[in-house]
Design a protein around this ligand. Structure first.
Ligand code: AN7
Length: 361
C-alpha cells in the first residue's frame, strides 16, 4: 500500500474481498492500467446481470437481453469508471475529486470519494437532477453546487477550474473512466461467448458508447453500435451542439458531448448509427420495461429500448440493450408517468373489498 493513499483502511487489496463478486479492477486487471499492489477503491462494482427480455424479443424478432447496470453499487454504470478514476487519483496522491453531472456521475463520485476518504465536489444543473441522485450525493458527503446553467456549462467551468487547482476531474474526459466502463463489454463477451450482433445504448456525454466499443474491439468483437439520443438533446444526430438541451430523461440532457468524435467513430466503424427517440417514445419504453418485463430502469436508460422498438433490430439476431441506471434514481418521473393510481381507503372491510376487488371506478 503506497503512502499516497488518503487513509489506511478503506483502500484495500482485492484479496481482502470474499465471495464470488470481485471488484472490477481485480476481475480484469490484465486489461486495465493497474498493477498488483496499487491502491484499490472498490464497492464491488461490475459483474452485472444480463437479463432476457421475452416480450421485447418477440416484438422485434430477435433475442434481446438487458444489461442491468442499475445493479452496480450506486445504481448506475458510472461505478465501473469511477472505481478506476478514484483508485488512480488516490494512487497519484489526490485529496479531492470533482465532476459536472446530470446526477449519476455525481452520486458515484461521491460514494467512491467517501470510500477513499477524500473530498468530492459536484456541479449539477440547478433543479435538473433526479431526487434519488441528489439524495445519494448529499448523504455521501459531497459538496453539491447547483449551477444556474446546464450540464455543458458546468463541464466547461470544472475543466477550467481543474486546470489551475490540484483537483482530479472524474468526468469521462478522464481516461480511467473509459477504461473502467469498457469492462461491461468484456462481461457481455463472456456471457454470450462473443455472439452479439447489435448493442443499443443511450448517449449523453458519449463516454459509455466509446467505452463499450473500445471493450468490444479489445476482445475481437464488432457488434453494430446503435446509440440513441433524446429529441431535445441530440447534437450527434444534428451534427452540431444544442445550446438549450431539453428532455424528460434528465441524465442525457446534454448538448455538447465531450466524447463526440469517439462516439461517431464507434457508430461508423461498427456500421451502426446514432439516432433520435422522442420523450414520449422514451416514456413508453420506460413503462413497458417496468410493466411487462418487470424491470424498472431510469428514463434515460429506456432510450436504448425505445430506439430498438422504433427502428427495429435491422437483421440482428442477438441484441443487448444497456439499462444504464436504476428506476429508483428518479421516482418523480415514475410517479408522474404511469397508468396506475393510488386508491384511498377508510379502515373498513367493505371499503377494502371494494378497493381490492371492485372495478376501480
Ligand atoms: C442513466 O451523470 O452524464 O453517454 O453526468 O446517467 O456516457 O454520458 C450521465 C449519463 C446514460 C449517458 N444513462 O451516458 C452524468 C451523466 C444514464 C446516465 C447516460 C447517463 P454517456
Amino acid at each position: 500500500m503506497s503512502e499516497t493513499s488518503a487513509r489506511n483502511l478503506p483502500v484495500v487489496e482485492g484479496a481482502a474481498f470474499t465471495g464470488t463478486h470481485v471488484p472490477l479492477i481485480e476481475r480484469y486487471r490484465e486489461r486495465l492500467p493497474f498493477a498488483p499492489g496499487d491502491p484499490l477503491v472498490s464497492l464491488q462494482e461490475g459483474s452485472t446481470p444480463l437479463l432476457r427480455a421475452p416480450l421485447i424479443s418477440e416484438m422485434v424478432g430477435a433475442r434481446v437481453r438487458l444489461k442491468l447496470e442499475g445493479a452496480n453499487p450506486t445504481g448506475s454504470f458510472k461505478d465501473r469508471g469511477m472505481t478506476c478514476a478514484v483508485s488512480a487519483a488516490v494512487r497519484d496522491g489526490a485529496r479531492a475529486v470533482i465532476c459536472a453531472s446530470t446526477g449519476n456521475t455525481a452520486a458515484s463520485a461521491a460514494a467512491y470519494a467517501a470510500r477513499a476518504g477524500i473530498t468530492c465536489a459536484v456541479i449539477v444543473p440547478e433543479g435538473k437532477i433526479a431526487q434519488g441522485k441528489l439524495a445519494q450525493t448529499l448523504i455521501h458527503g459531497a459538496r453539491v453546487i447547483a449551477l444556474q446553467g446546464n450540464f455543458d456549462q458546468a463541464l466547461t467551468l470544472v475543466r477550467e477550474l481543474t486546470d489551475t487547482h490540484p483537483i482530479v476531474l472524474v468526468n469521462s474526459v478522464n481516461e480511467f473512466r473509459i477504461e473502467g466502463q469498457k469492462t461491461a463489454a468484456f462481461e457481455i463477451q463472456e456471457a454470450l461467448e462473443g455472439e452479439l450482433d447489435a448493442l443499443c445504448i443511450p448517449v449523453g456525454n458519449a463516454g459509455n458508447i466509446t467505452s463499450y466499443w473500445r471493450g468490444f474491439t479489445e476482445v475481437g468483437m464488432a457488434p453494430r453500435m446503435f446509440g440513441f439520443q433524446a429529441e431535445g438533446a441530440m447534437p450527434l444526430v444534428l451534427g452540431h451542439p444544442v445550446e438549450h438541451p431539453e428532455t424528460v430523461a434528465s441524465a442525457i440532457r446534454i448538448g455538447n458531448p465531450v466524447r463526440w468524435e469517439d462516439a461517431m467513430a464507434a457508430a461508423r466503424d461498427s456500421r451502426g448509427s446514432i439516432r433520435m427517440v422522442t420523450d414520449s417514445e422514451i416514456l413508453a419504453a420506460f413503462r413497458l420495461l417496468a410493466s411487462k418485463e418487470g424491470m424498472f430502469c431510469e428514463p434515460a436508460s429506456a432510450a436504448s429500448v425505445a430506439g430498438l422498438l422504433k427502428y427495429g433490430a435491422e437483421g440482428a439476431e442477438q441484441v443487448v440493450c444497456v439499462l444504464t441506471g436504476r428506476g429508483l434514481k428518479d421516482p418523480e418521473t415514475a410517479i408522474a408517468h404511469n397508468d396506475g393510481r393510488v386508491i384511498p381507503c377508510p379502515v373498513e372491510l367493505e371499503a377494502i373489498e371494494e378497493a381490492v376487488l371492485g372495478d376501480g371506478s
